[in-house]
Write a protein that binds this ligand. Structure first.
Ligand code: DX5
Ligand code: ZN
Length: 219
């Protein structure tokens, strides 16, 4: 069966009880931690900076999947490697020299991801898909948790899957934004490999059980 993973987004965690929420994810059926880094420039919001990320990374016992929603991400590639990131995803809309950026991420020993905003066509990946380990399709406009899933994402997954197969790429497809138990199965059935879920997990009464529910839906 294809790779099918759940990656809770700490953006929706209780920041006053981060260690508790990280431990919950460590002990849950979740596969990865998803960490949203926002600079207030590329997106109209600021999430957390290096001291907080360093504190988080001390406790996470699963793959640390970092999603950079920042301009000029090249400046911070080494910093994120040193912090213990396993995957580093940059936005195609924020990179003038994406090929170089992807190379630099891999040089630092991390998996390299590229994220696409909802308006950005999959066809722009034609000449980079063989070089990336992961493509993150934004299914909401980045910047905030708790937004509604954009239905056009399904056709983007199909287009991306076709491109990956045609180019014989090993890239995994990650979906980020508005993921819930309602759309999880259809997303993986369409070709998604990793589902990021923030609000649906952390705003639920029993986040660990909600993670199990998502895993069940996609198994
Ligand atoms: C949005 C972030 C997402 C966000 C998802 O800019 O990239 O990872 O945390 O949150 P939900 O699951 O609440 O849409
Ligand atoms: Zn994200």
């Amino acid at each position: 069966m294809s790779t099918r993973l759940v990656a809770p987004s700490l953006l929706a965690a209780d920041f006053a009880n981060l260690q508790r929420d990280i431990d919950m994810v460590n002990q849950s059926q979740a596969d990865w931690f998803h960490l949203d880094v926002m600079d207030g420039v590329f997106v109209p919001n600021i999430s957390f900076g290096m001291p907080v990320i360093q504190a988080i990374a001390q406790y996470t016992q699963k793959t640390l999947d970092v999603h950079l929603m920042i301009i000029d991400p090249d400046r911070y590639i080494k910093t994120f490697a040193d912090l213990g990131s396993h995957n580093l995803t940059v936005h195609i809309e924020a990179c003038n020299h994406l090929h170089r950026t992807i190379d630099a991420i891999k040089q630092e020993g991390m998996k390299a991801g590229v994220a696409l905003n909802p308006h950005t066509p999959v066809s722009l990946l034609e000449d980079i898909i063989q070089n990336v380990d992961l493509v993150c399709l934004m299914s909401v406009n980045p910047g905030f948790g708790g937004q509604s899933f954009i239905e056009n994402t399904y056709s983007k997954i199909s287009a991306l899957k076709t491109l990956i197969e045609r180019k014989k790429s090993n890239a995994l497809i990650e979906i980020d934004g508005g993921v819930s138990a309602t759309n999880a199965k259809q997303l993986v059935d369409t070709g998604a490999n990793i589902l990021v879920a923030g609000s649906f997990v952390f705003k639920s009464g029993d986040p660990a059980a909600t993670i199990s529910t998502l895993k069940e839906k996609i198994s």
